[in-house]
Design a protein around this ligand. Sequence first.
Ligand code: SF4
Length: 331
Amino acid sequence: MNVATIKYYDVANGPGVRVSLYVSGCRNRCKGCFNKETWDFNYGRPFSKEDEDAILKGMEPDYIKGFSLLGGDPFEPENQLALVEFMERLKAAYPNKTVWAYTGYDFERDLLTGKKGDIDVTMRLLKCIDVLVDGRFVEELKNPNLLFRGSSNQRIILVRQSLERDEVVKLVAFTPRLYIRAFNLCDEAALFDILGDKDTMKYVEPPFDRKRTAEWLKGFCMAEGNAYAVEHRESGKLVGYVMCKPAGADRRELGWIFHRDCLRQGYAFEAVSAVIDHVFAELGVFEVTASAVECNEASIALMRKLGMKFTGSEKEGQTLLMSYAKNKGNK
Ligand code: SF4
């Protein structure tokens, strides 16, 4: 395998400062590819043992948050073969630094079926990767505001979670402690633990039973895509639920419910801030709104902390429903 470039201080291809390896060779030939010279498997120079050692050494400083693998396409069969042992070495040396990889191929259709090389090699390589950005670059869907990808068809996939749950777990946003991701069927029990709790739901509506949780998960959260799961990165636990429901072409209605054991730790502020940044930057949203009953002081304080401004109130039963909003550009 040839290497096109190695960067020891890369901030463009994953979170934080990273070491990046650009391999040569790609058969995808996407129109508008930013890296055409790397289509040629002979571009650059052979990837050597010295390169491997230099990358591992370059990963040492604490400020290096992870490693990114891109190209070219690291999932071309010959590149997988050349990379797999090195990647296992890298992951063993730095288990707490994240590995991001980019491929023009499709995670389920091309990689998990073994269409792109020996399935055992592909799976070994995937197990070294935390986050995979998959799919061809589509020039018509190009959006410079997207998080760590070029076109909106490309997905950011949490690999370990997807392999464990046997369904694709798509990442929407992240913070140092949390992943904000799409909901999956495997979330049902954990979601019930949140929505089925009487105290947690006291300002929202009566607690959900198991059947209603399952229907809510499948319909509102997954099919309609109206809510995101908030997962604690270190433990993998579902700590919260953030509603992000379209309310017009450029407006989203937000709401949040966090597990009773995860209150007063700043998770809600962290997660909802990331969701707001995501919808403003990536979805063309201009305004987010949220509301809470007057006595829900914690939610009202959070709306203020998020920079949302009071827009009005209306009577709801015996209490007042307080509404807040924030526009893009308002800090
Ligand atoms: S997969 Fe990446 S490197 Fe390959 S053609 Fe598409 S954009 Fe270019």
